[in-house]
Design a protein around this ligand. Structure first.
Ligand code: GAF
Length: 427
C-alpha cells in the first residue's frame, strides 16, 4: 500500500501543540514548503541545463511568533540523531541587505566550482552573514534555519518557532531545501518584509545551503519548493532561471515514488567531485558550461579527457538533451517515449555518472518488469533515496505489490500529484 501522507492541517496542529508546550501561548504564523521529486534532468542544474521537478504533498511546516528578544528559538519535532532538538541563537543585528556595499563578498568556495554562471545573483546573497556573525555549528539540522536567517534580506528581531516535516530525511526528496524555503517564508510572514522576487528567495536559500551546510547544490530544489504549482511540473532552465509550467494531471497515469530507505546524503565528497569533473570537462571543451556542449564536441576532445571525466560529461550533455526531449513528448502524452527517456536517464546516471546504488537499480529493474510501467529512474542526488516510476493508473497496486514481494529491502511508496510551492497558511 502507498504511504498515507499526513495533511498540512495535521502537521500544523501537531506543531501548535508543541509550540504551546515549549514556549507558552499560541503561534500566530504558520507556513509550509514542499519537498520535490525530479521527474527527469538529474545533475544538470549546476551545468546550466534543464530540470523537470514537481512539488510534493510532503512538506515542512513552521509555526511561530515574532519576538523582540533578539534571540531565535527553534524546536524540531523530527526525531533526529543530530541533537539537541531545540536550539537558540542570536538574531543578526542588521539585515544582510543593510550591509554596506563595501562588505566583503563571499569567498569562493566549493559552491563556486563552475565557471561563472549567467544565473542572476541577488546582491543580498552575495553579502557575508550579517553583523552578529551567525556561523554554522552543531546540531547540523539547525544550520539550514540559521543560514537562511543569516542571508535573509530583512531585519529579524527574534522569533520562537516549531518545525515539523513529512518529507523523509535523506530520501532525496529535498528535505533540506524545504526547510530552507519554509524558514524564508516564515521570516517573510514575521517581518512583513516587502516581497522579494521568488527567484531571489530561491537563490538566498541556495546560498544558505552552500555556506551553512557546505553542500554546493544547484538551484533546482530551492526553486521548485518556492515556485511549484498545483497540477504542474516545472521545466526550469537553470541558466536563465526561466521556467515553464507543464500540466501533469492526466488521470490515466500516476507517478509512484519509491523510497529505497537507503539514506542518501550530499554532504560527502561525491557531489562536489561530480561538479568539479563537469567543470573540468567544460573547460577542456572551451565552453562556459556543459549546457553549451554537444556530444560531438565531447567526442572531438575525448583524447584530452580522462575516462571518468569523459563519462561524467557524457551523462550531463545527454541528460540536458533528454530532458528537453522528454518534456516535448510529454506534452504530446507520448508516455511510452517519455518512460523510455526516464529509463535511459537512470542508466546514464548508473553507468556514466555513477551516482546510483544497487538498491535503486533493483527498484528500477523491478518496476520495468511490471505491466503498465512506462519507465523508472532514480531521482535526486543519488547514492540512495528514491526512484520515480511512470505507470498507468490501474497498475499502481500491482507495481507496489510486486516491488514489496521482490525488493531486497523495505520500500515506502508515495503516489503523488504536483502541489503548490511554499505558502503562508491561514490559521
Ligand atoms: C541535489 C541537489 F541539491 C540539486 O541541486 C541537484 O543537483 C540534484 O541533487 C541532482 O540533480 O538534489
Amino acid at each position: 500500500m502507498a504511504a498515507k501522507i499526513p495533511s498540512v492541517t495535521s502537521l500544523v496542529s501537531e506543531a501548535q501543540t508543541a509550540f504551546t508546550n515549549t514556549y507558552g501561548g499560541v503561534a500566530a504564523v504558520a507556513v509550509s514548503a514542499p519537498g520535490r521529486v525530479n521527474i527527469i534532468g538529474e545533475h544538470t542544474d549546476y551545468n546550466d541545463g534543464f530540470v523537470f521537478p514537481m512539488a510534493l504533498p510532503l512538506v515542512t511546516v513552521i509555526v511561530g511568533n515574532k519576538t523582540e528578544s533578539g534571540m531565535c528559538r527553534v524546536k524540531t519535532l523530527t526525531n533526529m540523531a543530530d541533537r539537541p532538538l531545540q536550539v537558540q541563537f542570536e538574531a543578526p543585528k542588521s539585515s544582510s541587505s543593510q550591509l554596506t556595499p563595501s562588505s566583503p563578498q563571499l569567498t569562493p568556495s566549493s559552491s563556486q566550482l563552475t565557471p561563472s554562471s549567467s544565473q542572476p545573483t541577488p546582491s543580498s546573497s552575495q553579502l557575508t552573514p550579517s553583523s552578529s556573525q551567525l556561523t554554522p555549528s552543531s546540531p547540523t539540522w539547525a544550520n539550514y534555519v540559521k543560514g537562511v536567517v543569516a542571508y535573509f534580506p530583512g531585519l529579524v528581531s527574534g522569533f520562537d518557532a516549531v518545525v515539523t516535516t513529512s518529507v523523509p530525511l535523506g530520501g532525496g526528496l529535498s528535505s533540506s531545501a524545504s526547510l530552507e524555503v519554509a524558514t524564508y517564508t516564515f521570516l517573510e510572514a514575521l517581518t512583513a518584509n516587502k516581497p522579494t522576487s521568488l527567484k531571489e528567495k530561491a537563490l538566498v536559500c541556495q546560498k544558505a545551503e552552500h555556506k551553512f551546510a557546505n553542500v554546493p547544490c544547484g538551484i533546482m530544489d530551492q526553486f521548485i519548493s518556492t515556485m511549484g504549482k498545483k497540477g504542474n511540473a516545472l521545466l526550469i532552465d537553470c541558466r536563465s532561471l526561466e521556467s515553464t509550467l507543464v500540466p501533469l494531471s492526466d488521470p490515466a497515469i500516476a507517478l509512484v515514488i519509491t523510497n529505497s530507505n537507503v539514506r542518501h546524503s550530499l554532504s560527502g565528497t561525491e557531489y562536489p567531485t561530480r561538479r568539479r569533473q563537469c567543470y573540468q570537462a567544460a573547460t577542456t571543451l572551451g565552453k562556459d558550461s556543459l549546457r553549451d556542449a554537444t556530444l560531438s564536441d565531447l567526442e572531438k576532445h575525448k583524447g584530452s579527457l580522462s575516462e571518468v571525466v569523459y563519462m561524467r560529461a557524457r551523462h550531463a550533455i545527454s541528460e540536458i538533451q533528454r530532458t528537453q526531449e522528454a518534456v516535448d513528448v510529454l506534452r504530446k502524452k507520448d508516455y511510452v517515449k517519455f518512460g523510455k527517456l526516464m529509463t535511459d536517464s537512470h542508466n546514464s546516471l548508473r553507468v556514466d555518472y555513477e551516482v546510483s546504488c544497487p538498491e535503486l537499480d533493483q527498484l528500477v529493474d523491478i518496476a520495468n518488469t511490471c505491466p503498465g510501467v512506462y519507465g523508472a529512474r532514480m531521482t535526486g542526488g543519488g547514492f540512495g533515496g528514491c526512484t520515480v516510476t511512470l505507470v498507468s493508473c490501474e497498475c499502481v497496486s500491482d507495481l507496489i505489490a510486486h516491488t514489496n514481494a521482490t525488493y531486497k529491502g523495505q520500500a515506502t511508496f508515495y503516489v503523488c500529484q504536483p502541489e503548490e510551492g511554499a505558502q503562508v497558511l491561514s490559521l
